[in-house]
Design a protein around this ligand. Structure first.
Ligand code: 5GP
Ligand code: MG
Length: 179
């Protein structure tokens, strides 16, 4: 595990080790397993960023559940875009279902709000949100986030599914930008 890495033109330093990530995921999985005991939720994983979190999370989920993958706005550069694309890839009928959205990171909360809005239009029973990372200082919305792996400061990070201009998603640990 290196302490300083370069992704494209930027340098990043080690911020959260996989060991810490794994502990956070176990905590989230335990909460979901307890809260939804006896239910059959549909997990909707937001691609691309959440793929790695999702893969590790589901190994610890012991509910009878369904898992599907959707796509929303992409993120370019180091600033969150305020333009949110529509929900793509949702093929199942979700009316009356309990949905758990699986996201890598909630920053301003704009992306997740748009996701929630589009799911509500489909008359779901309940929506819960599970995010590996949450930046409380950047969050400008009001809704509740049910499951948070870790709260982090408002710095740009890469690794464990999160990218910098498409690169760095394969890193096992999470790195923070060196300004
Ligand atoms: P929001 O709409 O909450 O501001 O942004 C959510 C999306 O922006 C996340 O799904 C993620 O793709 C991206 N994002 C937010 N913060 C970061 C970050 O620090 N690093 C990376 N790589 N992506 C981020
Ligand atoms: Mg994401």
């Amino acid at each position: 595990m290196k302490n300083i890495i370069k992704v494209r033109d930027k340098e990043f330093s080690l911020f959260i080790s996989f060991e810490e990530i794994d502990t956070a995921i176990t905590k989230v999985a335990n909460e979901i397993n307890n809260d939804l005991k006896g239910q059959t939720p549909l997990f909707l994983v937001i691609l691309n960023g959440a793929f790695m979190f999702a893969a590790d999370l589901f190994k610890k989920i012991d509910l009878d559940c369904e898992i599907s993958f959707v796509k929303l706005a992409s993120y370019t550069g180091t600033q969150t875009s305020s333009i949110v694309k529509e929900l793509l890839g949702l093929s199942e009928d979700i009316k009356g279902r309990t949905i758990i959205i699986v996201e890598d990171i909630v920053d301003t909360g704009i992306t997740m709000e748009s996701m929630i809005k589009q799911l509500k239009e489909k008359e779901v029973k309940e929506i819960r949100i599970a995010t590996l990372l949450f930046k409380p200082d950047a969050f400008i919305k009001k809704y509740n986030i049910d499951y948070v792996g870790m709260k982090i400061p408002n710095d740009f990070i890469v690794g464990y599914g999160l990218d910098y201009n498409g690169h760095g998603r394969n890193l096992k640990d999470i790195y923070k930008i060196i300004e």
